[in-house]
Structures are given as structure tokens and as C-alpha cells.
Design a protein around this ligand. Structure first.
Ligand code: GAR
Length: 197
């Protein structure tokens, strides 16, 4: 059973879908969430983790002198908990070099668009859907990819499209995309765990 850590900053609905799939879905017997790390003490994801009896810690940037010691604290927690695979799920910070060096090839991110379109700095969460609607795109989607130093680059594990209609608001797009995210993040983790790539 592979040991997963989920890094979060907000609602944690993707964390929940991964937890559900380890309990009674496609990841049952293959993977378990052993750690949730949030950089935001108010993240609802922390409450969800508590409800699921998953070890959860909050590591805030403001409690560290610099980026290096902040990343060091995260890495230490990951290694102490013997984490095999790290999943970013709505984690709104850059991953530090210290963590990259240890977890490269074992760290995934989910992005709410069809990368490489609508990725990069500033393109996260709701901003992505606003940009998609503004650009008049006929489709958007979800990408799960390996994490590299640059934002939203790295080898794609799974990508899935959703249709965008002329009448769709950013909220409409967000809703459709999130529903697909909840299905494909567990699928992508399964692929990585089974080493299908
Ligand atoms: C998700 O839509 C995820 O794709 C996005 O934030 C949301 C988190 O929702 N992530 C990014 O934009 C990362 N660049 P959740 O906390 O309910 O899983």
C-alpha cells in the first residue's frame, strides 16, 4: 500500500475524493492517505482530514524565516511519515527545490484546465475559469501532471476535456471541471501507483 501525502490550501474536495477512493473506491488496497499538510490554518481541508482520522498538520510560511526553512519543515514531515507519493490538491504555493530533489517523479498536481493552456503564475483556482470564459474557449478540462520546478509543467499523467457553452459563467465551468477532477485524480494516482507510465 503506497503512502500518500496530500498538500492543500483550501476546501480540500479533491483530498476528500482521494480519501473516499482509498476507503471504498479504485485506490482501495493500493494507497492510503497518511498525511495532510496545509499552509493555511483556516483550510476546510484540515477539518475533512480530522473527520477521516488522517494525520493533518499546518505549516505556515509566516512561521519561518525564509523559503528554505519553510520547505525544510515540509520535507521533514513528509520523510518522517515515510510518504511515497505527494499529491498537490489545491495547494497554492510553489514547491521548493529541497522537496523537488527528493520527490521528483513521485509528486503530482491537479490543474483545472487543459495545460499547457491557462497555466503558469497567477493561473489558479477561479482565475483559470474566468480566463477560459473570457477567451471564448469551447472547451476546458482537467490535467494531472508530475510536478517540476516551473509552474504547471511536467509530464502529463491524465488530461480530460469538458465542454464549455457560450452561456457558461466561470462558476458553471468551475462546477463541471471540479466534478471531473474528483473522478480523475484517483485514476491518475492509480496509474502512478501501478507504474503504468
Ligand atoms: C481545484 O479546482 C484545483 O484544480 C485547483 O484548486 C481547486 C482546489 O479545490 N488548483 C489549482 O488551481 C492549482 N494551480 P479543492 O481544495 O476543493 O480540491
Amino acid at each position: 500500500v503506497k503512502r500518500l501525502a496530500i498538500l492543500v490550501s483550501g476546501s480540500g474536495s479533491n483530498m476528500q475524493s482521494i480519501a473516499d477512493s482509498t476507503n471504498r473506491g479504485i485506490l482501495k488496497g493500493l494507497a492510503a492517505i497518511v498525511l495532510v499538510i496545509s499552509n493555511n490554518p483556516n483550510a476546510y481541508a484540515l477539518r475533512r482530514a480530522e473527520n477521516e482520522n488522517i494525520k493533518a498538520v499546518c505549516i505556515e510560511r509566516k512561521d519561518f524565516e525564509d523559503e528554505k526553512s519553510f520547505n525544510g519543515a515540509i520535507l521533514e514531515e513528509l520523510q518522517n511519515t515515510k510518504v511515497d507519493i505527494v499529491c498537490l490538491a489545491g495547494y497554492m504555493r510553489m514547491i521548493g527545490q529541497e522537496i523537488m530533489d527528493v520527490y521528483r517523479g513521485r509528486m503530482l498536481n491537479i490543474h483545472p484546465a487543459l495545460l499547457p493552456k491557462f497555466g503558469g503564475k497567477g493561473m489558479y483556482g477561479y482565475h483559470v475559469h474566468e480566463a477560459v470564459v473570457k477567451a471564448g474557449e469551447k472547451k476546458s478540462g482537467v490535467t494531472v501532471h508530475f510536478v517540476e520546478e516551473e509552474y504547471d509543467t511536467g509530464k502529463i499523467v491524465i488530461q480530460r476535456e469538458v465542454e464549455v457553452f457560450k452561456s457558461d459563467t466561470p462558476q458553471d465551468v468551475a462546477k463541471k471541471v471540479l466534478a471531473v477532477e474528483h473522478r480523475i485524480y484517483p485514476e491518475a494516482i492509480k496509474k502512478v501507483v501501478e507504474n503504468e507510465l
